[in-house]
Design a binder for this molecule. Structure first.
Ligand SMILES: *[C@@H]1O[C@H](CO)[C@@H](O)[C@H](O)[C@H]1NC(C)=O
Ligand SMILES: *[C@@H]1O[C@H](CO)[C@@H](O)[C@H](O)[C@H]1NC(C)=O
Ligand SMILES: *[C@@H]1O[C@H](CO)[C@@H](O)[C@H](O)[C@H]1NC(C)=O
Ligand SMILES: *[C@@H]1O[C@H](CO)[C@@H](O)[C@H](O)[C@H]1NC(C)=O
Ligand SMILES: *[C@@H]1O[C@H](CO)[C@@H](O)[C@H](O)[C@H]1NC(C)=O
Ligand SMILES: *[C@@H]1O[C@H](CO)[C@@H](O)[C@H](O)[C@H]1NC(C)=O
Ligand SMILES: *[C@@H]1O[C@H](CO)[C@@H](O)[C@H](O)[C@H]1NC(C)=O
Ligand SMILES: *[C@@H]1O[C@H](CO)[C@@H](O)[C@H](O)[C@H]1NC(C)=O
Length: 673
């Protein structure tokens, strides 16, 4: 072995050795990404002492974490240390910190994701960089002391007294409530809620030892003045979750937690909803009164967190913008409620903006109604670029907004129930239907479907004007109605006719036939304007009963050429797409003659009650869902097929010209045999 190599090996050994032996202190010092934290360590004599002589666990926030931290840094390092050396495997539900009064740090283990995550309060433990262990010589020659370092992605902020106030160490939620004026809560005041807690004798709930989540509404949320009186014992219980200290980062969206108001009489759950609109992240708390009573309305109440993740001795406190459970605003007030309170938005603020854009009549109409349901698109839904030019067109916008407005009470349960009833009815060989309701837009309905999720959960979809949206936050309760938050703006097309056919399960048969010879491909062309009369699956089923053999043939691959000819008959290609209203107006008293792919389509159009019918070859066919708008045209979903029994006749004398090449091949092959 030559010298250079052995020197290099020696170096490797030395480097390896010193690395293994480096203390937690030097490990932090040598990590550039922990320089901010190291500065705080240097400034704290107590921390320094601990690191030099004692057993310790250190939670070191990265420099990036400090960039997002604007709080006080006095003694902050002590809140990031514990006097027991613990690897992540050894964490229990809480760890006592070294800060005066030993306030706990709360541990959350989040399983289920592809790799389990661990959080300390709201900070995520960066696992790959954590569990660094070393030892230091013990005091006066005793056994060695273990030290462990973990790296976290957020600074841990303890609750603290104001500098001028009498110090409060490690308060529980009751002390927090009682002495909030002396704590670092910024401008937030919680006097009204405190008053109610005392008046209702509910102090016990806030001082019980254990692990709790407390939602405390701030004073601004106590308007109207009558609201305060509605905060009774049950409502206070509805603001507390027992057994979990839920911080916002690790808590999943829409997971229901039982509150203390989940008893034999009344059942209230709470869930979190964190949204990111690209700029800001907001977390909302939703109380859901599943079972209410005379004074506690069922439904969801939404409150934004205005100050999150305040750790206390017996859990965590979140300050929220209004009380949960209390239903005392109208639908209109709900839309407006987020404006004005020092924040210019709420979960459906952009919907409200769009409503105000079209003038006040629309809002006044909603305000007058005693039974209202709104399907309010989320703020993110308005980001869709296809909306930008439509926003200028007030008349069109008004029509679009009306699609979101139903003049009756339509809670989620009613939608589910009606859909179930229709499904049961369909077993009795009645046509399979989906639940639909009329909107404020003339002759425009909403269509509902319930989709079973993989985990057995139910998702409600709603379609209006060709747009299929999902209900993301249902059942927000108001005194005169209900608001469901949906993920898209209805009535604003976003797919081509082809995409619509492909994704709508009700139109599968027509899509299936169009796929076989590539007929559907043209339907993706956005330079064309189509009007497509699309028989829904039910219509094909009806055709099967009427013309069993014709139907059977059409769905056989040998007859795909015939099937394509039938489809061509349904597809109008012109310089514009025709709504049903337009078809009826333009050819009021006469036959409508439309250019199709092959020749022409001759129709009569009539309106019966709320719905349209078209007549083809002396047969009246109901238009099940008119005016499904797509980016390159309009679909009218119909309850019949433009089909005659003689369309697919194959008798001995069949003219070869009308048969597909495939079939000709078969005939020739048979003849040769
Ligand atoms: C702790 O104090 C010792 C002795 O005063 C000093 O040598 C060491 O650099 C200090 N460590 C930190 C992290 O400030
Ligand atoms: C909170 O304040 C109430 C009334 O002001 C008082 O009775 C109670 O002892 C206080 N509790 C604590 C824990 O400070
Ligand atoms: C919306 O789309 C989903 C998924 O494609 C479908 O299951 C549901 O039936 C559609 N909803 C309506 C009302 O058509
Ligand atoms: C519920 O089902 C939908 C799909 O239908 C899925 O996206 C969602 O994650 C599911 N939610 C839960 C909580 O399982
Ligand atoms: C669509 O219809 C075809 C033909 O009837 C059938 O084979 C296929 O399974 C259907 N697909 C769906 C998703 O229902
Ligand atoms: C249809 O066009 C869209 C874009 O306009 C494209 O994303 C999609 O893949 C196309 N579909 C097919 C089947 O060509
Ligand atoms: C419509 O046709 C009927 C007869 O078919 C006729 O009596 C009536 O005058 C026509 N109306 C218009 C507006 O042309
Ligand atoms: C096939 O037979 C039917 C009667 O069964 C007749 O109406 C039809 O015209 C025939 N088709 C041809 C192409 O001859």
């Amino acid at each position: 072995m030559n010298r250079a190599v052995s020197a290099a090996l020696l170096l490797v050994v030395i480097v390896g050795f010193t690395d293994a032996a480096s203390t937690v202190e030097s490990r932090i010092r040598d990590d550039n990404d922990l320089s901010q934290f190291y500065q705080l360590l240097e400034a704290s004599r107590v921390a320094n002492n601990t690191l030099m002589y004692r057993q310790v666990t250190v939670f070191a926030p990265t420099n990036k974490a400090f960039q997002n931290y604007f709080g006080n840094t006095d003694d902050l390092v002590l809140y990031h240390m514990s006097n027991l050396a613990l690897t992540t495997d050894e964490f229990s539900t809480s760890i006592l910190s070294e800060l005066t009064g030993s306030p706990p740090l709360w541990v959350t283990r989040k399983t289920g994701s592809y790799r389990p995550e661990i959080y300390i309060n709201n900070a995520k433990v960066l696992i790959e960089r954590s569990n660094y262990q070393s030892s230091i010589p013990g005091n006066s020659g005793g056994s060695e002391e273990k030290q462990v370092l973990h790296i976290i992605n957020e600074v841990l902020e303890p609750v603290r007294s104001n500098p001028t106030a009498q110090p409060i160490y490690n308060p529980d939620a009751l002390q927090f409530l009682n002495q909030s004026e002396n704590l670092n809560l910024g401008q937030h005041r919680i006097r009204y809620f405190r008053q109610r807690v005392h008046l209702m004798h509910k102090e016990e709930v806030f001082k019980a030892a254990g692990q709790y989540t407390f939602f405390i509404p701030v004073d601004e949320g106590f308007k109207p003045a009558t609201r305060s009186g509605k905060i009774d014992q049950k409502v206070i219980d509805g603001h507390v979750i027992s057994g979990h200290a839920l911080f916002t980062a690790p808590t999943p969206n829409d997971k229901d937690y039982k509150t203390l108001a989940f008893t034999d009489n009344i059942k209230v759950t709470v869930s979190f909803l964190t949204e990111n609109d690209g700029k800001d992240t907001r977390t909302y708390i939703k109380s859901n009164t599943l079972v209410g009573d005379n004074t506690h309305a069922t439904g969801v109440v939404l409150a934004e967190i205005v100050k999150a993740n305040i750790p206390v001795k017996n859990g965590v406190v979140h300050l929220i913008q209004r009380p949960l459970m209390v239903v005392d605003t109208t639908v209109t007030q709900f839309l407006q409620s987020f404006k004005g309170i020092d924040k210019e938005d709420g979960p459906v603020y952009k919907f409200y903006e769009a409503i105000m854009d079209v003038g006040t009549d629309f809002l006044n109409d909603i305000t007058r109604q005693r039974q209202v349901t709104l399907f309010a698109p989320s703020n993110a839904a308005w980001e869709d670029s296809s909306l930008q030019h439509i926003r200028q067109d007030k008349k069109r916008m008004l029509e679009i907004l009306k699609l979101h407005y139903v003049r009756e009470q339509l809670p989620l349960e009613k939608i589910l129930k009606n859909n179930k009833n229709l499904q049961i009815a369909s077993i009795g060989r009645k046509p399979w239907e989906i639940f639909q309701v009329a909107t404020a837009a003339e002759r425009k309905s909403l269509y509902f479907n319930v989709v079973q999720g993989p985990s057995g959960n139910e998702t409600i979809t709603v379609e209006g004007g060709g747009v299929n949206a999902t209900v993301i936050t249902p059942n927000i309760a108001a005194t005169n109605g209900i608001i469901h938050i949906i993920d898209r703006v209805l009535g604003v097309p976003y797919t081509t006719i082809q995409e619509k056919l492909r994704t709508d399960p009700m139109l599968n048969s027509t899509y299936f036939l169009g796929q076989r010879r590539g007929f559907n491909n043209q339907l993706n062309d956005t330079r064309k304007r189509f009007t497509y009369f699309v028989p829904r699956d039910f219509a094909w089923k009806a055709a099967e009963i009427k013309f069993p053999s014709t139907y059977k043939k059409l769905f056989m691959p040998e007859y795909s050429y015939h099937a394509e000819q039938i489809l061509q008959r349904h597809l109008v290609v012109a310089d514009q797409a025709y709504t049903m209203a337009k078809l009826k107006d333009m050819y009021f008293n006469d036959t409508v003659i439309l250019p199709t792919m092959r020749d022409t389509l001759k129709l009569h159009v009539k309106e019966v009650g709320e719905s349209y019918h078209v007549q083809w070859q002396n047969e009246w066919i109901h238009v099940f869902r008119p005016d499904v708008e797509c980016t390159n045209g309009i679909i009218h979903v119909i309850d019949g097929v433009f089909l005659k029994d003689s369309d697919v006749q194959v008798n001995g004398s069949a003219s070869l010209a009308t048969l597909g090449p495939h079939l000709i091949m078969i005939l020739i092959a048979k003849w040769l045999l």
